[in-house]
Design a protein around this ligand. Structure first.
Ligand SMILES: [Zn+2]
Length: 215
C-alpha cells in the first residue's frame, strides 16, 4: 500500500467495497483534496488505445489518464451516487482533481460520482454498494416485509370472517331444521294437543245418555 504523508487529510482504509479513501482531518467544502494522475494515453496511438483497466479517466475524445499507477492514491476513492466530492476536470491542462462538495468530517469516506457510463459498465451489473444505495435497498426490503405482513393479516382476517360466517350459517340451518320438524309434527296430527283432544272425544258420553225417564 502506498505511504501517505501524515499532513494529508486522508488515509487508505477498509470500506464496504474493499479499500477506500477516508478523511483524517476536517475537509472544507470546495477544497481540492487530491489529484487524480497517471500517464496520459493518446487514443490516436494504437498501443495507448489498447490499454484497458478500471482506472481510466477520459479527459477529452483524445486524451485519457491511466490512473492504475500505484502512486495515484486517488484511485482508492470509491464511487457514490450521493457523494461528498467531485472530479474537477481541466481538459486543456490535462489535469483532474478531486474536490470536496460538502464539508467532510474525519473518519468519513471520500466519494465521488464516477459518471453514468462507468456506472452502467461496472457498477450496475453487480449492484451499487454506496451508502445511499445500500440504505435505499434496506428501506425497500423493509417496505416489502411490511407489505407482506399487511397481506398476511388481511388474508387471516378474511379467513376468520369466512369461518364466523360458516358457523353462523350452520347455526341458522340447525334452527330452521328444528322449526321444520315442529311444523311437520302438526301436519301429521301428532301434536300433543290434538292427541289429547281425540282422547277426550273418545271418553265423552253421548248427551242425555244418563237421563232418567220420568214416570
Ligand atoms: Zn449508489
Amino acid at each position: 500500500m502506498p505511504a501517505i504523508s501524515s499532513n494529508k487529510p486522508y488515509r487508505i482504509g477498509r470500506s464496504r467495497t474493499g479499500l477506500g479513501l477516508f478523511a483524517t482531518k476536517p475537509i472544507k467544502k470546495g477544497t481540492r483534496i487530491i489529484r487524480y494522475f497517471g500517464p496520459l494515453l493518446d487514443c490516436n496511438k494504437e498501443k495507448d488505445d489498447a490499454v484497458e483497466n478500471k482506472y481510466l479517466f477520459q479527459l477529452t475524445n483524445r486524451w485519457t489518464i491511466d490512473g492504475a499507477v500505484r502512486k495515484n492514491i486517488a484511485r482508492y476513492i470509491n464511487h457514490a451516487c450521493r457523494p461528498n466530492a467531485e472530479s474537477d476536470v481541466h481538459p486543456i491542462k490535462r489535469k483532474v482533481y478531486i474536490r470536496a462538495i460538502k464539508n467532510i468530517q474525519p473518519g468519513e469516506e471520500i466519494n465521488y460520482d464516477y459518471g453514468s457510463e462507468y456506472f452502467k459498465e461496472y457498477i450496475k451489473p453487480i449492484g451499487c454498494l454506496c451508502a445511499s444505495c445500500v440504505a435505499k435497498r434496506k428501506k425497500a426490503r423493509a417496505e416489502l416485509r411490511a407489505e407482506r405482513l399487511r397481506l398476511k393479516q388481511r388474508a387471516e382476517r378474511k379467513a376468520r370472517k369466512a369461518l364466523e360466517k360458516a358457523q353462523a350459517d350452520a347455526r341458522l340451518k340447525r334452527k330452521q331444521a328444528a322449526r321444520k320438524q315442529l311444523n311437520g309434527a302438526h301436519v301429521n296430527g301428532l301434536s300433543p294437543r290434538k292427541i289429547h283432544a281425540v282422547t277426550s272425544g273418545i271418553s265423552m258420553r253421548p248427551r242425555g245418555s244418563g237421563r232418567t225417564v220420568r214416570a
